[in-house]
Design a protein around this ligand. Structure first.
Ligand SMILES: NC(=O)c1ccc[n+]([C@@H]2O[C@H](COP(=O)([O-])OP(=O)(O)OC[C@H]3O[C@@H](n4cnc5c(N)ncnc54)[C@H](OP(=O)(O)O)[C@@H]3O)[C@@H](O)[C@H]2O)c1
Length: 302
């Protein structure tokens, strides 16, 4: 297959490209950084700049599948400026791709889009198990972003292209991501949960996310799918499992909410929110997780 990937230089995108190239797929990728155009061997880079509405139309040449991952990181302080970038990069980037396809007037081979979304669309709850048929409401910044992002992605479906939206959970990767900062206190035996530690973390190993994205592409999945492991855990369990995988002690009391909220500001919702997200729909599709359980997932990444 010939696949165009946006966000290819990111945590998920870089693993996706490795696997897709190894499987023999032909890869085009989009980057906003000109110095990243020729850096991925076996793939062809194209420049785009959603802020300036610029894109190299040739990126779509012969492409059958678009895997759309681009978006500014949410792990930056949520100042007014950064919040605008987090939202705009997703909505403007998606609109630019949709409008480019419109301007090609059907003169393309694109049949399928697999688009990133996030479980941040679900509000924090200690009792609900979220399935894809939940009706989103815009009560927080993250909910607002993901609702607008998914709405923009619906533009692909309006062009008659099959659209699969993946509501991605906390992605576990070897480099960076959530494990990066959490590993540091654990090296010193100082790993601790946030708040009361009862908040549910719906996570996914990056390899499973990549396999899922490629399977959704080849099998032409349509609709919304939660991209999470079938075994979510509490924050406390997550921290305890990380310590165990690192062979470090776990004895610290949980970190109190107030000082963390003061330091992290609104972004602290990322560590205090509880989202128990169901993987049932993906399992019904016959997806086989390589890492359904947390301990082997973390172990494989250390
Ligand atoms: N990692 C997670 O835990 C997680 C959880 C839920 C959802 N997701 C979503 O999954 C997608 C991939 O995640 P990731 O962790 O791989 O993200 P990432 O490491 O932050 O990479 C995202 C990529 O998006 C591109 N990008 C950054 N700012 C941009 C902008 N203003 N306009 C257009 N492109 C921009 C960058 O590529 P260039 O610099 O090459 O342009 C970057 O490599 C993201 O949309 C993310 O929101 C991730």
């Amino acid at each position: 297959m010939k696949i165009l990937v946006s966000g290819a230089t990111g945590l998920v995108g870089s693993v996706l490209l490795e696997q897709a190239i190894a499987q023999g797929h032909e890869i085009h990728y989009l980057t906003t950084r000109k110095n990243q155009l020729d850096t991925i061997s076996g793939a062809k880079g194209f420049y785009w700049n959603p802020k300036k509405n610029e894109i190299d139309f040739k990126c779509f040449e012969g492409v059958e599948v678009l895997i759309h991952l681009a978006g500014a990181s949410i792990s930056q302080r949520w100042t007014t400026k950064n919040k605008k970038e987090i939202l705009d990069s997703r909505v403007d980037g998606t609109n630019l791709l949709v409008n480019t396809l419109k301007q090609l007037h059907g003169n393309h081979q694109l049949e399928q889009v697999v688009a990133a979304s996030a479980i941040g669309i679900y509000p924090s709850s200690f009792s609900t198990v979220y399935t894809e048929d939940y009706t989103p409401q815009s009560n927080s910044f993250l909910e607002e972003v993901v609702i607008a992002w998914e709405k923009a992605e619906d533009g692909f479906a309006r062009l008659g292209i099959k659209l699969c939206k993946l509501r991605i959970g906390l992605v576990l990767t070897a480099k960076g991501g959530v494990l990066g900062p959490l590993k540091i206190p654990n090296w010193f035996g100082l790993g601790a949960a946030f708040g009361n530690g009862q908040q549910t973390q719906s996570w996914i190993h990056v390899d499973d996310l990549v396999t899922l994205s490629l399977q959704a592409s080849t099998e032409q999945w349509e609709g919304i799918f939660n991209a999470v492991s079938p075994q979510p855990v509490s924050q406390k369990e997550f921290t305890r499992t990380l310590a165990k995988a690192m062979r470090r002690p776990y004895f610290m009391p949980s970190l109190p909410q107030l000082p963390i909220r003061l330091v992290m500001g609104e972004m602290s919702t990322l560590v205090f929110n509880s989202q128990n997200v169901s993987a049932a729909k993906v399992l019904q599709k016959g997806f086989k997780y390589q890492y359904p359980d947390l301990f082997p997932a973390i172990k494989s990444l250390l």
